[in-house]
Design a protein around this ligand. Sequence first.
Ligand code: NCD
Length: 304
Amino acid sequence: MRHLLSPLDFSLQETEELLDLAHDIRINPDKYAHKCDGKKIATLFYEPSTRTRLSFEAAMMNMGGSVLGFSEASSSSVTKGETVGDTIKVVSNYADICAIRHPKEGAPRVAADYSGIPIVNAGDGGHEHPTQTLTDLMTIRELKGSLDGFTIGLCGDLKFGRTVHSLIHALVRNRDVKFVLISPRELRVPDYVREDLLEDNGMEYKEVERLEDVIESLDILYMTRVQKERFFSEDEYLRMKDYYILDKAKLDSAKSDMYVLHPLPRVNEISTDVDDDPRAKYFEQVHNGVFVRQAIILTLLNLV
Ligand code: NCD
């Protein structure tokens, strides 16, 4: 039985195959319409979500399956003191696969230890978010033609942003990818990302504070939201929240084929006047999220 807890749970080749499958689902949806007849996905969301939960549910429904679960911890037995391990042992009786989001880092891994069904990490605290990463990779591959040889700027909350951590995890395996880490000093990437991922893999990277200084060198700009829920102090959040605002004027100095991605939800960090720029691809990224999750479900259920 396989789980998806980190992007590294799929090798580089398996990742390419999964993205090929997602692409095929996108262009031939009917071929997959009954692949999951009679199957069920449980979505256990102990933290808020719009895209991730709904895209998992839509993915299962697109293939003839059905969904069960909860979207607030307060409506589950966790309020009575049940552990994640016990919850997942129980849920293994009701569903064939489970997507879990939890505020505690590592909770999906604990779930996997107790589970009788494949577990997908749908975001654990400030740690990882592998299904968003696969969506990001599919989008980059479509826009750039490959996952090798480009410069990516990651901008915003690089400390708490789990999508950033997982994307770096995945991309250090590709060839000739250069990283520009754009954040205030307080929100730089955690040391393990800098040391164990970027330095140990010999990646070319730099850390800067001003987006304006580097935007012209980028092929992809990955914007992120300041992760309000992970701050210890409200004042600190308020000081950081509008640190970066990408607007049309800033985009003027970017290349004509520099694409803007964002895992969403957006708060203020991309002004809405950017949305109709042809380089704004964050809503296309959302569109890919469903096909990627269909491909993940099929792969983990051995239905490919
Ligand atoms: C992200 C998350 O939950 O980490 N959202 C998502 O799943 N697309 C990003 C965020 O919340 O900022």
